[in-house]
Write a protein of this length. Structure first.
Length: 399
């Protein structure tokens, strides 16, 4: 395993996600200044998720056939340019279109980075390497809002978009001048993309992995979007308290990625998915009953533990399947499942909250997570039976 390639990828993901995280606290304020309603802001989020979700499996599949680095270069270029375009946007429609384009660029970064890492992972070490990649991801996206707030307070709103563009530019230079071109990736009897995706859909193990990935992302919507409303309504919480609760989860998750990634290399991965999902579900079911700030901090720390168990494990399972279908195709579908989970959560949890109250959204998602985890675990434990699946050569060389 080439450590230089791995370190370059981790640095690229951290810097790119830092730039994206910088604009997270800025975008709603910027959109509101241009006259956006809450619905319009929601549509901006949806546009990003939909364009990214559609493009991820296509880009991933093409990267198996045409090389990975070129897609990362294009994606980072798009990120850098959209940062500049945000500054000159003059209407809400402009922002929506830019976010859609940004979603396309996003489809060429994280899934491709995951494919690179999967290519590098020796058998039996998939969890450890995916855990390290997740640390870079969480550290970047988690630090970004803090940096964005500093730019907003000190230099004004537009400075955050320039900072995002600069971060993407730095990541672009890392990929262009440090990450070597990928040669020697040989796929035996490369089938058309549609045939590859059809084979994946018919694999119970793949369906189980993707279902678990989607369900753990459904959790994101109530635990992120509705948490401030819940804390304000029942606790009269301050913004700092809300930030501490969210940060507790993220930091716990990031801190445990590497040790739990190693755990995923030693124990039954299907059972770890079930255990981690149940921990997350228990936390979700407890949130509406937490009457004090300190209890919420503890609950979100537990949720971070559950996520730290699940995410490197699912990444390791996806890497195993990627050796049959191509890492790019598999990681593209894997990340599309994430976008699908967020979309389902946005619609389902929002509807439950409107009909039955905020607490019902957390309860419904917790129950859904347990049900899907049980089904997904049974599917993951299905014996591999993929005689028609395209095989990837185990030898990947870099120069």
């Amino acid at each position: 395993m080439d450590r230089r390639i791995l370190l370059t990828l981790l640095a690229t993901v951290f810097v790119a996600l830092l730039g994206l995280g910088i604009i997270i606290p800025i975008m709603p304020l910027y959109a509101e200044e241009l006259g956006a309603s809450s619905t319009m802001i929601g549509l901006m989020v949806a546009g990003f998720s939909v364009s990214r979700g559609i493009c991820q499996p296509i880009v991933g599949g093409l990267s198996d056939r045409r090389g990975r680095r070129r897609f990362m270069l294009v994606g980072l270029t798009v990120y850098s340019l959209t940062g500049l375009l945000f500054v000159v946007a003059s209407s809400v429609l402009d922002l929506m279109l830019i976010r859609i384009v940004q979603g396309v660029g996003s489809a060429m970064i994280i899934p491709i980075a995951m494919s690179y890492v999967a290519d590098l992972a020796p058998a039996g070490e998939e969890g450890r390497l995916m855990g390290q990649l997740n640390v870079a991801l969480f550290a970047g996206i988690g630090s970004g809002p803090i940096v964005g707030g500093v730019f907003l307070d000190g230099l004004g709103m537009e400075s955050a978009f320039y900072a995002m563009s600069a971060m993407a530019g730095i990541a672009l230079l890392l990929v262009r001048f440090v990450l070597p071109a990928d040669h020697g990736r040989k796929v035996v009897d490369r089938p058309p993309l549609l045939q590859t995706f059809t084979a994946m859909i018919h694999s119970p193990r793949v369906v189980g992995i993707m279902s678990a990935r989607a369900s753990t992302m459904v959790v994101m919507v109530p635990s992120m979007a509705f948490l401030p409303l819940l804390m304000d309504e029942f606790m009269d919480a301050s913004g700092s308290q809300i930030g501490v609760v969210i940060a507790t989860r993220t930091l716990t998750n990031a801190a445990l990625q590497t040790p739990f990634g190693r755990l995923a290399d030693r124990f039954d991965r299907g059972r770890l998915v079930l255990i981690g999902s149940c921990i997350m579900a228990g936390a979700m079911l407890s949130i509406p009953h937490a009457g004090q700030f300190v209890y919420l901090v503890a609950i979100f720390a537990v949720m971070g533990i559950g996520e730290a168990v699940v995410w490197p494990t699912l990444g390791a399972l996806a890497t195993e399947e990627g050796r049959h279908y191509g890492q790019g195709s598999t990681m593209g579908v894997f990340n599309m499942s994430m976008s699908l989970g967020i979309l389902i959560g946005s619609i389902g949890a929002g509807t439950m909250a409107d009909l039955y109250g905020l607490g019902a959204a957390f309860t419904a998602v917790g129950i859904l997570l347990v049900v899907v985890a049980v089904i997904a675990t049974r599917l993951i434990h299905t014996e591999p039976d993929q005689p028609d699946a395209p095989e990837r050569s185990a030898e990947v060389t870099w120069s």
